[in-house]
Design a protein around this ligand. Structure first.
Ligand code: HEC
Length: 398
C-alpha cells in the first residue's frame, strides 16, 4: 500500500516538473516541421544515434528538447556546425554554415517554448548515397575489428577497371559512423604503399571525408583519371570511447564516372602551398606565416582546403591577378584543425598565368591558445603546406 502511494507521489512530482519545464508556446515554429529539417541538413551527420557525437543526439524531439537552450547558444555564437569559412569570402557549393534564416527559426523555436509539432511533418530520412547509387563501389573484403581507442587503418582496394576511367564525383559512407572520425583515399603507388598516414599529402590524393561532409562533386567537365587496374588506398581514422565494446567497420567508397562522352574531361590536380618559414619560436601571441606561389600556366581553382596544424588559429587565401585586382578565395577566421572539409567553389575561379596566390596564416604555439596540444610553449618546426587547391587546366588539351 505504502509503495503505491510513493509511486503516485513520484509521478506527481514528475508531472509537476514537466509542466514547469514547458514554457507557454508562443511560436508557430515546431521541431517536427522546421527544426528537424535544419538539424538533418547541418547537425545529424555528427549528432544522432550511431554518429560520432551520439552523446548529444538531436534526431528526435525527445533527444533534442533537453538541448534546446544549448542549441540556440551554439548556433547564435556560430560555434555549431563547427566550420569556419566566413560567409562572403569565396562562394562554395557547401559552406556548411547555417543560413541566417535557419538561426532565426531556431531562436524563435527555443524562445517560443520549443514545441514538438505534428509527427507527420517530420522529414524523411536521407538516402545514404546523396548522389544516388555509385557507378563503382569499393569496400574492404571483410569488416575490420577496431579494438583501440584511436587507430588509423589502411585498406588496399581493387578498382577492377578494364580501361582508364574518369571520375567526376566521390562519396564515402562509413560502415560504423560512431567511430569513423576521418577518411582519405588516394591512388596506390609503389611509393605510398607502405605508409599509413591520415594526413597524407600527395599528388595521388583523390579526396578526404569527415562526418557531415557532402560528396565531392566537381564541375561536370573536370575529373580524376584512374588507369585501368588502378588500386585505391583507403585510410580510415577511428576513434571510440569504449574500445572494449569491439566495434566493427566496413566503410564504402563510391565513384561516379564522368558523363563527358564526346570530349576528354579536364584533369584535376592538387596544388599545395608551402610556407615561407617553417619554424615558430616560442611566443606569447599568434604569429603570422605566409605562403606564396605564382601560377605559370592558366588554370582554374575548383576547390580549396585551408590546412593548418592543431595550433593554427586563422587562414586566408587570396589570388592577386595580373590585371591588378585581387579576390579572397577563402577565410577561415577561427580555424579548427578537427574540421577541414574541401570547399568546392560554386563557380571555378580562373587563375590566369601570372596570378600570385598568397596565404596568410596565424599559428599560435603559446599557452593562450586553448587548442594548442602542447602543455608548455615550445618552438615548432613543420614542413607541411598551408593550403590545398584543386585545379584544372583552363583549356582542354586535346
Ligand atoms: C562535424 C561534426 C559536428 C556537426 C556537423 C555539428 N556538431 Fe555540434 N558538436 C560537435 C562536437 C565535436 C561537439 C563537442 C564540443 C567540441 O568539441 O567543440 C559538439 C557540441 C555540441 C553541443 C554541446 C555544446 C555544449 O553545451 O557543450 C551542441 C548543443 C551542439 N553541438 C549542437 C549542434 C548543432 C545544433 C549543430 C547543427 C547546426 C551541430 N552541433 C553540428 C560536432 C558537430
Amino acid at each position: 500500500m505504502k509503495r503505491y502511494a510513493l509511486i503516485a507521489f513520484v509521478s506527481l512530482l514528475a508531472s509537476l516538473h514537466n509542466s514547469a519545464a514547458h514554457e507557454p508556446i508562443t511560436t508557430k515554429v515546431t521541431f517536427n516541421k522546421e527544426i528537424a529539417r535544419i538539424l538533418q541538413r547541418s547537425c545529424w551527420g555528427c549528432h544522432a544515434p550511431g554518429k560520432i557525437r551520439s552523446d548529444i543526439a538531436l534526431a528526435t524531439y525527445e533527444e533534442a528538447r533537453p538541448w534546446a537552450k544549448a542549441i540556440k547558444e551554439e548556433v547564435l555564437e556560430r560555434r555549431m556546425p563547427p566550420y569556419q569559412a566566413v560567409k562572403g569570402y569565396g562562394l562554395f557549393k557547401h559552406d556548411y554554415l547555417l543560413p541566417q534564416r535557419d538561426i532565426e527559426l531556431i531562436v524563435s523555436w527555443v524562445e517560443g517554448g520549443a514545441p514538438r509539432g505534428n509527427l507527420n511533418d517530420y522529414p524523411k530520412p536521407k538516402p545514404a548515397w546523396a548522389l544516388g547509387k555509385p557507378d563503382a563501389l569499393l569496400q574492404p573484403d571483410a569488416p575490420a575489428e577496431i579494438n583501440k581507442a584511436e587507430e588509423v587503418r589502411c585498406y588496399s582496394l581493387a578498382t577492377n577497371f578494364a580501361e582508364d576511367r574518369w571520375i567526376n564525383a566521390f562519396d564515402f559512407v562509413p560502415g560504423n559512423a560512431a567511430i569513423v572520425q576521418r577518411a582519405a583515399y588516394l591512388i596506390e603507388t609503389p611509393a605510398n604503399k607502405a605508409a599509413c598516414d591520415i594526413n597524407t599529402i600527395s599528388p595521388d590524393l583523390l579526396g578526404t571525408w569527415q562526418p557531415n561532409e557532402a560528396p565531392l562533386q566537381f564541375p561536370h567537365d573536370t575529373a580524376r583519371r584512374l588507369s585501368a587496374g588502378a588500386r585505391i588506398k583507403l585510410i580510415v581514422h577511428y576513434r571510440q570511447t569504449n574500445p572494449d565494446d569491439k566495434a566493427n567497420d566496413q566503410s564504402q567508397l563510391g565513384f561516379y564516372f564522368s558523363h563527358e562522352h564526346e570530349r576528354q574531361p579536364r584533369a584535376l590536380r592538387n596544388l599545395w602551398l608551402k610556407p615561407l618559414t617553417t619554424t615558430l619560436l616560442v611566443s606569447d601571441k599568434p604569429q603570422r606565416v605566409l605562403a606564396s606561389q605564382t601560377i605559370t600556366a592558366a588554370t582554374e581553382a575548383v576547390a580549396i582546403r585551408p590546412l593548418l596544424f592543431p595550433f593554427g588559429t586563422s587562414i586566408q587565401a587570396t589570388a592577386h591577378f595580373p590585371n591588378g585586382t585581387s579576390e579572397v578565395l577563402i577565410w577561415a577566421k577561427d580555424y579548427h584543425f578537427a574540421w577541414q572539409p574541401l570547399y568546392v567553389f560554386r563557380k571555378p575561379v580562373a587563375l590566369p598565368k601570372g596570378t600570385r596566390l598568397e596565404i596568410t596564416a596565424y599559428l599560435d604555439n603559446s599557452e593562450n591558445n586553448p587548442r594548442n596540444p602542447d602543455e608548455a610553449p615550445r618552438s615548432v618546426t613543420f614542413k607541411e603546406p598551408l593550403c590545398e587547391l584543386l585545379t584544372a587546366p583552363l583549356a582542354l588539351q586535346r
